[in-house]
Design a protein around this ligand. Structure first.
Ligand code: SAH
Ligand code: SF4
Length: 444
């Protein structure tokens, strides 16, 4: 979502004459778009700011955007007095005006520090210009915020109440993206499957999107098990454009911990959903998020999480040590788990997940699968793409012309090697593309 937001900030600023640079030292304006989900992510902002301060000359403006800006605006101004502008995730459509205010104040020698962390009545989406397209794959935010208040999570406080963009606005943006060359859209939301832009929900939206000619691949993330309704499960069976990959976080396999987390379901409910999904789409690849060491987690609770992982069998997953977030109920619970136990459990959990991921990838060696090539490799004849199951796939082509012909297209390739985080492939000669050999995969 922050990648999407950052791109939209660039879109907002482009009519003002701003262009992106990859080198912070060259920039007149640096915006740090920040994440507050775990302490590590939030602390990184201050070290990044320290680095920017050292290279800040008189004219450079520094802005902090995103959820750290939202949650710690005053703290940022205190700890980093050289920051000019703080803007929350719901106000970045106002960036041009905020930058102008800050510059004006600077000229008149007033305090030039501007803060906007409102949850404005208007939706920023109504004020954003057309999205610039950058390659065949695009993100599209359809829903933001969350009303579920899991005990550990800061999202309801930083992103605010749940909000769905109207269906017609989402469809218009999607059609525009496709017209501009996009063939693959990932729908985004903190709680994307609770989307209610109209009464047909997320499944209704996916049906409508699947009717857009030229849109070949649809995905959505991140979902909550409680919003995984039967229509959405059926969409996985009935809509070929909906890719057979689902990120459905469960966080823990222990009912006691799920209750303390306020997830409002038990492990069995999650397993039932997985079973229904697998019936609808037998080749569905699954992914999840796990938190280890949530307050109150015993060795027995942790063992239940490992057991759930064994039962489901994941294609890949994300896992984190529980991190105390200020203002959340879990941060005040008195049975916090010691850091060394969290680290030890995380290592065990990741050992199991990595093993499952390698097993999943190994199954593809010798198979032919359609890959959307959406990124260039380090050399002109190298391409990288995504399998339907979200694996990174790398090929080396015969020459750069062939690579150009394949870029942005879905091409069926033969998988020649499996690695921890990716697959290598060679292009099938009958497709008119000859290749010299598979490129060794870089880890994702
Ligand atoms: N809405 C999604 C999750 C969004 S937050 C859901 O309900 O599953 C993304 C992930 O960050 C979460 O799934 C969780 O695994 C992790 N996370 C959130 N808060 C955390 C915390 N305090 N400590 C560690 N991980 C956390
Ligand atoms: Fe956070 Fe997801 Fe829970 Fe909402 S549903 S509070 S975003 S973990």
């Amino acid at each position: 979502m922050n990648v999407y937001d950052s791109a939209r900030m660039a879109d907002v600023l482009s009519p003002e004459g701003y262009v992106e640079t990859k080198v912070a030292d060259d920039a007149d304006l640096v915006i740090l778009n920040t994440c507050h989900i775990r302490e590590k992510a939030a602390e990184k902002v201050y070290s990044e700011l320290g680095r920017l301060r050292d290279s800040k000359d008189g004219g450079k403006m520094i802005a902090v955007a995103g959820c750290v800006a939202q949650a710690e605006g005053d703290e940022i101004l205190r700890r980093a007095p050289y920051v000019d502008l703080v803007v929350g995730p719901q106000s970045y459509h106002r960036l041009p005006a905020l930058i102008a205010d800050s510059a004006l104040d600077k000229k008149s020698a007033k305090s030039s520090r501007v803060v906007d962390t409102e949850f404005p009545a208007e939706s920023k989406f109504d004020f954003l210009p057309k999205a610039n397209v950058n390659g065949p794959s695009a993100f599209l935010t359809i829903q933001e915020g969350c009303d579920k208040f899991c005990a550990f999570c800061v999202v309801p406080y930083t992103r605010g109440a749940e909000y769905s963009r109207p269906m017609h606005a989402v469809l218009d943006e999607a059609k525009q993206l496709v017209e501009d060359g996009v063939v693959d859209i990932t729908l985004l939301g903190q709680n994307v499957n609770s989307y209610h832009g109209d009464e047909s929900g997320l499944s209704g939206l996916i049906w409508k999107l699947s009717e857009i000619g030229g849109l070949e691949r649809i995905r959505y993330t991140t979902s909550h098990p409680r919003d995984m309704d039967d229509q959405l499960i059926a969409a996985h069976r009935d809509i070929p454009e909906l890719m057979p990959y689902l990120h459905l976080p469960v966080q823990s396999g222990s009912d006691a911990i799920l209750a303390r987390m306020n997830r409002q379901h038990v492990a069995e409910d999650y397993l039932d959903i997985i079973e229904k999904l697998k019936m609808a789409r037998p080749d569905l690849a699954l992914s999840s998020d796990f938190i280890v060491g949530h307050p109150g987690e015993t060795e027995e609770d942790f063992a239940a999480t490992l057991a759930l992982i064994e039962t489901v069998g994941y294609a890949q997953a994300y896992s984190f040590k529980y991190s105390k977030r200020p203002g959340t109920p879990a941060s005040d619970m008195d049975d916090q788990v010691p850091e060394d136990i969290k680290s030890e459990r995380l290592a065990r959990l990741q050992g199991l997940l990595n093993q499952q991921q390698i097993t999943f990838n190994n199954n593809f060696v010798g198979e032919r699968i359609p890959v959307l090539f959406d990124r260039r490799g380090k050399l002109p004849d190298q391409l990288a793409g995504r399998s339907p199951y979200m694996q990174a796939v790398h090929v080396t082509c015969m020459d750069p012309i062939q690579a150009d012909a394949m870029f942005g297209k879905v091409v069926t390739v033969e998988i020649t090697g499996a690695h921890a985080n990716s697959l290598s492939a060679s292009v099938i000669k009958e497709n008119g593309f000859a290749v010299v050999g598979a490129m060794e995969a870089a880890s994702a």
